[in-house]
Design a protein around this ligand. Sequence first.
Ligand SMILES: [Mg+2]
Length: 284
Amino acid sequence: MILHSAAFYKGPLKLAILDLAGTLLDFGSCAPAGAFVQLFARLGITLTDAEARGPMGMPKHDHIAELCRLKTVRHQWEEMFGKPVTDADVDTLYDGFIPLQIDVLPHYSELIPGALESVSAIRRRGLSIALTTGYNREMMACVLERAAEQGLKGDVALCADDVSVGRPAPWMAQECARRLGIFPPSACIKIGDTLVDVQEGRNAGMWSIGVSISGNMAGMPIEKWKTLDAQQQEAIRQTAAREMFRAGAHAVVDDITECPAVIDTLNARMAAGGEPDSSDGSYI
Ligand SMILES: [Mg+2]
């Protein structure tokens, strides 16, 4: 038997697939978290911010279905309505969620500090830029419009509605690569702020980077983050990194501003034979 050992593609990276909320804009990914809490509050069901953030990154319909599986939600729901949550209830909740989410999106679409410069730095390294999101098409249109006003544009932008199954399935990331004609998967890097973002990248056979502070893992607006002392910040950073590495991240960074340097490191790794699925300790 002859085993293939050397990487067949030695770089460089050609495509960066960037998540939107919590990665490029909306520091803390606060828009969806708040809307989920509000959605359930309208029914008299209490959902904490942390509970609301658990499935973050998934398509919003799937996210609501996951929230309905939470023990605390199930108990409250059954007490309130005298029966378990049905699929039809999830559909109704999702219909109610859409306007709630769209209402708040324009107020939570400010670019994360340094995002624009970082995207330019990534482009200068020869990579195309794809934007992806767990928002539906209408929500994404709203966010993209606000992003464009601030100077941020991708070469392609896809949402959960554009593929059969959203994160953590690989299809959104793979469809971005397909539309831009970029391959192999090891020429692509996925960057996102949730565990399902990280898993999506790995499931797609790509390099997968987690951002720990600007998004859902730290889960707070930048003003609040800045009030924490160094020790509190480090504890959050460590916990987030541990979870993202467990989900399969090749590297975990605070935010998008560290990503151009990660790309340089990965290009060097690939030139030396490193590939996303290698288990030779070539991760950063
Ligand atoms: Mg996100």
